[in-house]
Write a protein that binds this ligand. Structure first.
Ligand code: UD1
Length: 417
């Protein structure tokens, strides 16, 4: 297994370009299954999750080619309606195939996702949505078997905001007969992007950007071509990299409004920002002011930036709390940050951070995707050498992270294991 070795304490400078958003691309890749023919996605990063989804689409019978950050998916021969355990267990987003497979082929067999490093992650809302549209769901031998000859539009009222369930419901509803109304839909930019793609395919979805979506079913969809949106979590991670290393940095090719909640909190911490179109220049504070955060669905503070922001707060001038209401168990990074001399205590889903003057390098272990980014951030700021093992997690979601950081002046190297 590969490791990162970081010699911390260096300032960063220059400009970093943000890649396409993995979490927007995964459902769009799957949405191509709704039509017959060749769809083309631009601005797709080389990430393990993308490659894994490409593999799943091939299992289903699609032809997938990936070159120059362009993904071409030909679904003409797709039709094997199964997402096997080997893939779902490695990537929960595999559950996305349920909606499109039910919508186009009337059946889906998807391995039941288990727990993961950030806690138990149920799929009850996905299943309720499929049932509301007429699917018969049976769970046996660790698989979800969903069947429906003709999906029919209905009202879907989510009891909780879920990005994944909203995406799955949308993809199942676009080919269903009649009208579907989704209430309490997720507002994340990744959902807007999926709606754009589905509408390009010929779907009729209204209400983009609101929590109430109206879908008028159509009988056929056609393949589509679209540019993928930039990754707001990657952009946020680099802004925090600048602040934690006290560096001025320009983060380009991003959509600043997608990370407004982070920018607001970082301003509270003392950072200054110059926003020009699709780029953000950050000016770090000399002293980091402690700032409390609570993660909530978009447009509030994202859980996917909780761990990174927490790393920044380890160097704040005082005490603050970080609370995660979306994934209450998502705090595996706390113990690792404490190995770097941070002072964090955890009570259920609330971390209390007492800022320290410096972090010091140590050997730590990456536990999940965002936690690994957090350890990189802490390593960049820490005095001495930090070795991060199990960095395969980071390769799931950050394109060329060590090259990008090296270009900014960081001393980071990958040791192949
Ligand atoms: C997506 C993102 C993930 C991000 C999360 C929240 C992808 C591939 N992943 O995950 O990076 O952290 O949104 O922004 O885009 N829930 C249920 N029942 C369900 C589904 C979800 O109770 O059927 C709960 C979850 O446990 C969680 C909350 O709803 O507490 C939100 O989860 P959800 O938005 O569904 O997250 P994902 O779509 O899995």
């Amino acid at each position: 297994m590969d490791k990162f070795i970081i010699k911390g304490g260096r300032k960063l400078s220059g400009e970093v370009e943000i890649s396409g958003a993995k979490n927007a691309i995964l459902p769009i890749m799957v949405a191509t299954l709704l039509a017959e023919g060749r769809s083309v996605l631009h601005n797709v990063p080389y990430l393990n999750d993308i490659k894994m989804m490409a593999h799943l689409l091939r299992v289903i019978g699609a032809r997938v080619e990936f070159h120059d950050n362009i993904l071409e998916i030909d679904t003409s021969h797709a039709g094997y309606c199964e997402a096997p355990y080997e893939l779902v267990s490695k990537m929960r987003a595999s559950i996305y195939v349920m909606g499109p497979l039910l919508g186009r082929f009337g059946k889906a067999r998807v391995s039941f996702p288990g727990g993961c490093a950030i806690g138990t992650r149920p799929v009850d809302l996905h299943l309720e949505a499929m049932e509301a549209l007429g699917a018969k769901i049976e769970i046996e031998h660790g698989y979800i078997n969903a069947n429906c000859k003709n999906m029919k539009g209905n009202k879907i009222n989510f009891s909780k905001v879920s990005v994944g369930a909203t995406a799955n419901a949308l993809m199942a509803a676009v080919l269903a007969q009649g009208e579907t109304n989704i209430y309490n839909a997720a507002l994340e930019p990744e959902i807007d992007s999926l709606i754009d793609f589905l509408n390009l395919m010929g779907a009729r979805i209204e209400g983009k950007g609101t929590s109430q979506l109206k879908i008028t079913g159509v009988s056929r969809l056609k393949p589509a071509e679209m540019e993928m949106i930039p990754d707001r979590i990657e952009a946020g991670t680099y802004l925090i990299a600048a602040a934690i290393t006290k560096s001025e940095l320009t983060v380009s090719n991003c959509i600043p409004e997608h990370i407004q909640a982070l920018i607001n909190r970082m301003e509270d911490a003392g950072c200054l920002f110059e926003i020009m179109g699709r780029s953000i220049k950050i000016f770090p504070p000399r002293i980091i002011t402690p700032v409390d955060i609570i993660t909530q669905p978009y447009p509030d503070f994202p859980t996917d930036l909780q761990a990174q922001f927490l790393a920044l707060m380890t160097l704040a001038d005082g005490q603050c709390i970080v609370e995660d209401t979306i994934f209450p168990d998502r705090f595996m990074h706390v113990a690792e940050l404490n190995r770097l001399d941070a002072d964090i205590s955890l009570d259920k889903n609330i971390a209390t951070i007492n800022g320290v003057e410096t972090l010091s390098g140590a050997e730590v272990m990456a536990t999940d995707l965002r936690a690994s980014a957090t350890l990189v951030l802490a390593g960049l700021a820490a005095r001495g050498q930090t070795t991060i093992s199990r960095i395969y997690h980071i390769d799931r979601g950050y394109e060329h992270i060590e090259e990008k950081l090296k270009k900014l002046g960081a001393d980071i190297k990958r040791v192949r294991g």
